[in-house]
Design a binder for this molecule. Structure first.
Ligand SMILES: Cc1cc2nc3c(=O)[nH]c(=O)nc-3n(C[C@H](O)[C@H](O)[C@H](O)COP(=O)(O)OP(=O)(O)OC[C@H]3O[C@@H](n4cnc5c(N)ncnc54)[C@H](O)[C@@H]3O)c2cc1C
Length: 494
């Protein structure tokens, strides 16, 4: 049996932020990580590392990164004001996001990024994606011009280095299995450590051990039949343990338990995420494509928005198609605009000199259905509206269902390319109900549960149906920091 002021379950971004915040208050802190060290870091380590936080302009961005003056002046950095962030989050969640949670997330997001930098994390302008030079000027679009240097792996490494320096003890291969609860307060965690039982006693516990995305049985149970067939984009360790442990002692379930973040993903990707091939399975350039299913039919408006407002829900649309696959089809006109992953050697790509040849090569697709779809689509494009991929250009279609609202181009310039995708699940939306001010978990009668805090994917109530890109890591930092502060303060007062 070991004793600490605060024990944190998990070692992703939310857990690291919680541990660092509790440690900075003077608490002794242990982190329990189910994964062995080489696979540790959760989904945070798989993340691309783009961050969505509120900022008014480049002056705010300078608070978290060194941006040379000429770059600062010469680029259009956009803004993501508090109001714009509210608009986006409310719009994509169909106005279901919890008002108090989303207020905390949004209004504390910039300050949390400044704090994150103070903990050793490094930010830089995101020139790789959603940025382009248009008429000589660098322009960002999608309201997230910053990313973490080294992506998710860089973020996790930087925070881990700081945690070790600050004397936080990290126990790898240590899976939390239940809470020590005396009927009144949580007093620690029972764990399995390399096959042996272990107990970690604490004055406060923070659960930050992810959702249930890597658990096919829970996916089928909560997300619905068919979800056991999705590929997992990230860690294999987020199997819902933290949620189960908390629900077992009376915590309140909250949010969209049948909801999830799921994207179009390489059809033949490995079963779980693979840290050695970061981003190789991403297929986020679909707004420039038409997406077709086994019948050769389109099934979504590929261009209704920038990808960061649709990608998290369109994976679910792919899963609904016969045999859970689709093809993203492009022609040579837009090929140079595709993200670099499309050139990776591990992609399932089919290339053809004519549409007829492509139709014959698309395995499992009705060729006649496909050619009919392309003919109708090509005829429906509003060719008088100029194409511009850096804005919502309004170059859509007329008279077809579903429409394509922006970035529509006839498929007429060979070579044609098709990329096979299936559904890749990122994380689940259902979680626990917390007090947004303290991170404390509430019980099913909405009383704070003494000694129990939660953060990250385990927080329910923020995301419903859909998700704006770049919010997961920021939510982990905002609520991880709050939970760590809350747990640290409670532990020291006990
Ligand atoms: C491929 C991919 C790309 C992404 N890109 C971005 C992006 O660019 N920007 C963004 O904002 N978000 C992104 N996300 C989402 C983001 O990664 C998550 O929202 C975020 O990392 C969740 O943080 P977390 O700390 O809550 O969970 P995680 O980082 O998943 O951490 C959970 C931790 O708990 C551990 N654990 C699980 N069960 C137990 C147990 N029983 N006992 C002990 N430990 C346990 C896990 O091993 C892990 O260490 C991406 C996700 C993926 C998969």
């Amino acid at each position: 049996m070991q004793e600490f002021d605060v024990v944190v379950a998990g070692k992703g971004n939310a857990a690291l932020c919680a541990a660092l915040a509790a440690r900075d208050r003077g608490a002794s802190v242990a982190m329990l990580e189910a994964a062995p060290q080489e696979e540790s870091g959760g989904n945070s380590r798989f993340a691309g590392g783009v961050m969505r936080f509120a900022y008014d302009g480049v002056e705010d961005l300078k608070k978290i990164a060194d941006i040379p003056e000429d770059e600062a002046k010469n680029a259009d950095w956009e803004s993501n004001t508090v109001e714009q962030f509210y608009d986006d989050l409310y719009k994509v969640t169909s106005f279901r996001t919890d008002p108090a949670l989303s207020e905390t997330l949004i209004t504390k997001s910039l300050d949390a990024m400044v704090w994150l930098r103070g903990q050793g994390a490094k930010f830089a302008p995101n020139y790789r994606h959603q940025s382009a030079v248009i008429e000589g000027k660098r322009r960002f679009f999608g309201r997230m011009p910053m990313w973490m240097v080294g992506g998710g792996p860089g973020l996790v490494q930087d925070l881990t280095d700081t945690a070790v320096k600050k004397g936080i003890e990290i126990f790898y291969d240590t899976r939390a299995v239940s809470l020590i609860h005396d009927g009144e307060r949580v007093q620690g965690i029972r764990a399995q450590q390399r096959g042996k039982a272990a107990e970690f006693h604490a004055k406060a516990v923070v659960l930050a051990c992810g959702g249930f995305e890597a658990n096919p049985e829970w996916r089928t149970r909560y997300l619905g039949p068919g979800w056991e067939l999705a590929k997992v984009r990230g860690t294999r360790f987020n199997t819902g343990d933290g949620l189960k442990m908390a629900l077992d002692v009376g915590a309140c379930p909250y949010g969209n338990w049948s909801g999830r973040h799921a994207v179009s993903w390489e059809r033949y990707a490995p079963e779980y995420g693979d840290l050695t091939i970061p981003e190789s399975s991403y297929r986020h350039s679909y707004p420039l494509s038409i997406m077709i299913n086994a019948d050769g039919k389109r099934f979504v408006d590929e261009g209704i928005e920038f990808y960061n407002y649709t990608y998290a829900k369109y994976g679910g649309e792919v899963l609904k198609q016969p045999q859970q696959f689709a093809y993203q089809v492009f022609d040579a006109k837009v090929r140079p605009l595709l993200r670099p992953e499309y050139s990776d050697k591990r992609v399932t790509r089919i290339v053809a000199k004519s549409l007829e040849e492509l139709a014959a090569k698309l395995e499992g697709v009705d060729p006649e259905g496909f050619l009919k779809t392309v003919r109708e689509f090509n005829a429906a494009v509003k060719k008088d509206v100029p194409f511009n991929h850096s804005i919502k250009d309004g170059r859509g279609t007329t008279g077809i269902e579903p429409p394509k609202s922006n970035w529509a181009n006839p498929l007429d310039t060979p070579p044609f390319e098709a990329y096979a995708v299936t559904c890749g699940i990122t994380f689940t939306f259902g979680g626990l109900r917390i007090d947004p001010e303290s991170g404390q978990v509430l019980d099913s009668h909405l009383h704070p549960m003494p000694g129990l805090y939660a953060a990250g994917e385990m927080v329910g109530g923020l995301f419903y149906f859909n998700y704006p890109a770049g919010t997961g890591l920021v939510s982990g930092t905002v609520f991880g920091r709050i939970a760590g502060n809350g747990a640290g303060a409670a532990a020291l007062a006990a």
